[in-house]
Structures are given as structure tokens and as C-alpha cells.
Write a protein that binds this ligand. Structure first.
Ligand SMILES: Nc1ncnc2c1ncn2[C@@H]1O[C@H](COP(=O)(O)OP(=O)(O)OP(=O)(O)O)[C@@H](O)[C@H]1O
Length: 263
């Protein structure tokens, strides 16, 4: 039996921002086909971790591997790598004077030389995948928050990236739209053979669709395991986070307690 390398592997990773160590001692393996939830309170370093995956932030120590290769520093190699990573950012980022279909077409126009008719077909396929085939000609202002998020998702999928990164995909959505988006994340992951990393503080909406969860707080990973194990954890830090309590082992501003260590 051959063991497939993970899609993402973080080894003894340390990430600094503004001369301060934000995360350290990070080890994580994301197997192909899985959905990993990265949870943690505000300011714990979730976005910082994402920027290391996309190569925006170079490690202060340790390594970040994506698709079995070390994330390059060279800009051209980095752009190649990023074509394989679909990112759904907070706030959708849809262009308001373009229709849903035109928004989804943007990455295809920018990164491929496919003929217009083929791009149109691909766009409709992506919109169909998120259940919005009928909304192709609608402008973002004509869509509900949940629909707009799904258009942004279709756009993130436009280039068929094998890895999807979701940065707070539920911000601003009501519980019903949140449920729709999270089941879509699971369905797309399974039907398109993707691997997904979901960064969020919406624990209860995300855990049901995740295979693995990590919690980051106080500058490191304080929990790594299945959603079931997370819910059963008696660790005071994990309990404080799950119950959303202001007092406990996680500092109020969730800033790491130690400053930069010598590399
Ligand atoms: N460019 C920067 N320069 C200095 N410090 C930064 C910078 N970006 C983030 N930080 C600090 O790094 C820490 C982690 O921030 P980060 O944005 O990664 O947290 P987060 O978990 O994504 O928070 P949120 O859930 O609020 O988005 C915070 O203490 C923040 O103040």
C-alpha cells in the first residue's frame, strides 16, 4: 500500500507578524479529500495561518508544504501554486456592476485562453454546482447574502482548484443560509474530489461537516482531533472557547502570551 502525501503539511511552523511570534510549534497534516476546520477566537492567528498556506507570509521557522511541495518564495512559482488553491474570502468580493455569471467568469478570463462560448458553459456549470444556475444574469445587489456567498464560491471554484480554503464563510449569514453554505462545502468537497480547510469561529455550524478540527489559541494548537473528540474535550481552554466564555485560560484579547522567541 502506498501512503499518499497530505495535500497540506505544516511542520514545526512558527509565524511572526510585526516582529512578534503569532503562532509556534504548529504541526498539521491535511489528507486528500478531507475537510479540516481551523477554529479559534478572534485574534488567535487563523488568518495568519492562511497567509502562510498561500505564501503571503513566509515561515519564521519550520515548513509549509502544499501539494507535496514546499511553498515557494519565488513570485512566478507562487502564482502557479495559487492557481491550485481556491479561496473564499470574508465578504465575497463580488464586483457589483457585473452579473453573477460575469463574476464567476473573471478567473477564467484572467487565467485561461479558453474561447468565450466554453467559458460561458463552464460558468453555468459552476453556478449549477452551487444551485444558482437560474441566477446567472442577476447582479449581486439582487441576491440574498447566502446566494451572493454561493456565487463567490462558484467563482472560487472556477479554475477547478484541488484545494479550497474558506475564510470565515458564514460571516453575516443567518442560520438557514449558514446551513446551506456548509452542506454545499461538504457536497462540493466530496463530488469534486476536493480537500478543504475552513477557518471559522462558527464552531457549531462547521463541526457537523468537518472530518478533523484544530483549535488555535494562546499562540499554538490547543486541540487537534475529530469533531466528536472536540465536543467531548474537558480541556478548560477548549471548553472556554466552545462555550464562548470571556473568562478562562484564553486571554481576553486572545493575543499570544509570549513574545518573539529567538529563532
Ligand atoms: N500585519 C500585522 N502586523 C502585526 N501584527 C499583526 C498583523 N496581522 C495580524 N497581527 C496580529 O497577529 C495576531 C493574529 O491575527 P489574525 O488576524 O491572524 O487572527 P484571527 O484569528 O484571524 O482573527 P479574526 O478571527 O479576528 O480574523 C493578532 O494579535 C494580530 O493583532
Amino acid at each position: 500500500m502506498t501512503t499518499e502525501p497530505p495535500i497540506v503539511r505544516l511542520t514545526d511552523l512558527r509565524l511572526d507578524r510585526g516582529g512578534r511570534s503569532v503562532l509556534r510549534g504548529i504541526n498539521l497534516s491535511v489528507p486528500r479529500g478531507s475537510i479540516v476546520a481551523v477554529l479559534g477566537p478572534s485574534g488567535s492567528g487563523k488568518s495568519t495561518l492562511l497567509s502562510a498556506l498561500t505564501g503571503e507570509l513566509a515561515p519564521a521557522a519550520g515548513t509549509v508544504e502544499v501539494f507535496g511541495q514546499k511553498v515557494p518564495q519565488d513570485q512566478r512559482e507562487l502564482l502557479e501554486l495559487r492557481k491550485g488553491i481556491g479561496v473564499l474570502l470574508q465578504g465575497n468580493g463580488l464586483l457589483t456592476d457585473l452579473t453573477a455569471a460575469e463574476n464567476v467568469a473573471l478567473p477564467l478570463r484572467a487565467h485561461t485562453r479558453l474561447p468565450k462560448a466554453l467559458i460561458q458553459r463552464l460558468v453555468l456549470m459552476k453556478l449549477h454546482a452551487v444551485g444558482l444556475h437560474a441566477a446567472a444574469d442577476a447582479f449581486p445587489r439582487e441576491l440574498s447574502g447566502g446566494m451572493a456567498r454561493r456565487v463567490a464560491l462558484a467563482r472560487a471554484l472556477a479554475l477547478d482548484p484541488p484545494l479550497m480554503i474558506y475564510d470565515e464563510p458564514l460571516t453575516g449569514l443567518d442560520p438557514i443560509a449558514s446551513g446551506v453554505v456548509m452542506s454545499l462545502v461538504r457536497r462540493l468537497n466530496d463530488t469534486l474530489g476536493l480537500t478543504s480547510i475552513v477557518v471559522t469561529h462558527h464552531v457549531h455550524e462547521t463541526l457537523p461537516v468537518a472530518d478533523h478540527a484544530i483549535v488555535i489559541a494562546n499562540g499554538g494548537i490547543v486541540f487537534s482531533g475529530t469533531p466528536g473528540e472536540l465536543e467531548r474535550s474537558q480541556d478548560p481552554l477548549v471548553r472556554q472557547f466552545l462555550l464562548g466564555e470571556p473568562d478562562g485560560p484564553i486571554g481576553f484579547d486572545a493575543a499570544p502570551r509570549t513574545t518573539t522567541e529567538a529563532a
